[in-house]
Structures are given as C-alpha cells and as structure tokens.
Design a protein around this ligand. Sequence first.
Ligand code: UD1
Ligand code: CA
Length: 450
Amino acid sequence: MEAVVLAAGKSTRMKSETSKIFHHICGKPVIFYVLEAVKEYKTHIVVNRRDIDSVKKMFKNSDVHIQEEPNGTGGGLKAALGFIKSEYFVVVNGDTPLIRQEDIKQAEETFKYKDLDCLVMTSYLENPYGYGRIIKNKDGVKIIEEKDADDETKKIKEINSGIYIFNTDFAKENIIKIMNNNKSREYYLTDLVQFSEKTDTLIIDKENVMGINTRAQLYEARKMMQMRIIENFDSVTFISPESTHVNYGVEIGKDSVIFPNVHLRNKTRIGKSCIVDTGSVICDSIIRDNVHIEPYCVIEASLIDSNSQIGPFAHLRPQSDIKENVKIGNFVEVKKSTLSKGTKASHLSYIGDAELGEDVNVGCGTITCNYDGYKKNKTIIGDRVFIGSDTQLVAPVTVEHDSLIAAGTTVTKYVEPYSLVLSRVPQVNKEGWVKKYREIMEKKCKSKKD
Ligand code: UD1
Ligand code: CA
C-alpha cells in the first residue's frame, strides 16, 4: 500500500498566514502526526505552491506533489494519483493528526479481506457538524457534505473521517467523473466513493478522527494529543497532567515527578528520579538522574548532570554545562559556561562565558563582566576558589585554584593559586562624626527658617 496525504487546502477557517498543516501540536506540525501514522508506506504529500519548499525540506522521505489550484480534495488526489504504483492506496486528510497507525493497519486488513474497491473510515459523533455524513443504501455508500446536506441528512451522526482506501485502478478510472456541481464549487474526493460497487465502512474511535479546520479544533486536538503523550509515561508521576506541556519526543526517566505548569520542549531528556517543580520551562536540554529543578526555572539547550539542584527562578541559557552535585540558586543566570562538580552559585549571579572548576563557591551578587562592547571574553576559575559576595570578574581573566577573592572585589588581573585577592578601598571609621554633622545641619536649617 502507498499513502496520499492531502495538504494543499487554503486553510481559510484557520484565519492564519500559515497553512493549518504547519500549526503546532505538542511541538510538531499537524501534518507530522499524519505522516507518523502512515510511515510504513511510501507516502505522497499533496501541497500548494506556497508550501512546497517547506514540506520538501521537512519531510525528505516523502514524494511531494503540487496541486496548482485548491479546487477541492478531489483535485488534491488527482495531483498524486498518476504516481501511485501499488494495487491500492490510503488517502488521509493532512489535518487529522489524531489518526493512529493501528487504525490504518486495521483498515488495510479489512480492505484486503473483503476485497473492496473503496473503504471509508467513519465514526459516530454526538455533534457531527462540519463533517461529511455517511449515507448507506442498497447502491452502496454516499457522502454528503455539511454545506450540501438537507435537514434530514444533517441529523446523521456517522461521519466521514477523511481517510479512505481505494483500489488504484478503480480510482484512476473514476476520478474523472467527479464534478463540482455543489455549494462550494469544489471537486469533492468524497464523490468518488459513490462510484464504487464494492464499498464498505470501518468505524474507528471518535477520538482519532478529529479534523482541524479552526483554532478551537486545534486546541481540542492539542489537549487530546497531550494526554496521549503523558499517558505513555507510565513510570512518571504528573501532579497535574492537564496543566503540563510535554512535547512529542521528550523522554522522562522512571520515578521522576513533574509538577503543574511545567513545559518540556523539543528534544528534552529528563533522567530518573528527578523533580521538575511548578512553572519550569525546559527546552532542548539533557537532565541526568536525581536532579531537582525548583519552581520557575528556564533552561535552554543545556546539560545538567546527576544530583544537581537548580532554582527557584534560575535561568540557564544555551550551552550551560552543569556537572554533578552543583547547586544553582535563586536568580542566577548562567550562559555558555561550565560549572564543575560540587560548585555552588546560590544567589543572584551572572555567570557567562566562564569555566568554573570543582567546589567553587560563587558568592551572592558575583558577575562575570564578559562583554567589552565588541566581543565576549572568558573567565576561568580554578578548583576550590572562594568568590566573596559582590565580586566582578572582568574578563578575560583567570583565577587559579584555591584562591580567595574578598567580597566586593573587582578582579582585573591574573591570580596565582592560593592567593587572597582584595580590591577594596580601606575602610575608615570616624567616631562621633554623625552627631557633629547633625548639629551643623540642624543649625543651618534653623537659621534659614528664621
Ligand atoms: C473533508 C471531507 C469531509 C470529512 C472531513 C473530515 C471532502 C469534500 N470533505 O472536509 O467529508 O468529513 O474532511 O475531516 O473531502 N485539501 C487539498 N486540496 C484542496 C482542498 C483541501 O489538498 O483543494 C486538503 C486540506 O489541506 C486538508 C484536507 O484536504 O488537509 C481536507 O480538506 P478540508 O477543507 O479540511 O475538508 P473538510 O471540509 O474538513
Ligand atoms: Ca478538515
């Protein structure tokens, strides 16, 4: 069997500059899921001129055909039909992302077993509005579109899913019979069905047939897809699945716990026994085992090794390489930096373009001054360096291992191992100074008033 995916429509009801097949559900375009369901077969995607380059780039394993004029799903099939070589083929509307591989498999088996020319996959919907209705009589099966249906037909609850299997010769012989004498002035693929004498329907789960025409349907489909993805993680605890966003393809290890309002995006991988607390957004990152991400962290394209603790309110920007047992606390921003084993940056710091050794203590308010207005410069900190609070490290600069930087220091020069670094103005205390000052000021104010 080969597969044809129809994706050349105008997407009018989506009210978007972007075709509906490219709108995202759980991190992937709608059409991606359709192609997943037919990935066992050679696939032909029918697209319009505007989308052809993007589709070709995204789906290199499919043949892509152009439908010059969006004159209906019948016209869509026509654009691919000449290229079909298998005895029969499945057609799937490109806007039905919830369809499952098993459904298509079952349809193929039924089609073969019953030796059909046409099999229509249908479903029963409580609210069938917008879908083509299935009419069965002694001549076979006929599909009437919502727009062309009379009141009686509109009451029918069995709908066309937009997924069909056709015998190739039958389709090639009969496609020319499709006319556009309907309300939309379109060539309906659904009209092909009535020309077959060996037709049957296969009822599939209503959860799997939803077509996406509008934003509301996109939202509904996203919710359903999200639940499917989450239900697949049967060794992970989701405190509130309905508020959690986990993209397609994300991995999460056993006994990890995901709190409400967490977003796990793109190619994120979470290890075993991790906690990702409320409101954290993790994108394209690898988190090893037993890591605790406290609430409201943003982590992008970074690596966090086992037993580390991040947040709350930490921001790891791309290429942050956090080794084992590291602690990154409140309001710490890290960018393109390595923090080696056991290092701590517990409060209010900016660490950019830096390499920190093992067991470094980064005091509160430490800043790597990595940008000179022209380029980014590196800060290198050796093992066991103690950086006192409110330190500025003016890069490029190196502080060798076991040094101690006193609080309030601005480091601008190379520091040898085991050094104390101090750059403060010596402290001066003037006893009784405030008393005298007040006396003088109060006298002055009084004479002004007089
Ligand atoms: C279609 C069916 C309807 C079915 C429903 C299921 C027809 C005439 N109607 O209606 O019976 O219940 O799907 O979801 O087929 N497309 C093209 N070229 C075109 C027009 C559309 O390739 O000229 C593509 C679209 O991009 C889309 C798919 O075909 O992916 C279906 O088109 P759409 O306009 O969404 O059809 P529906 O009105 O939903
Ligand atoms: Ca549709």
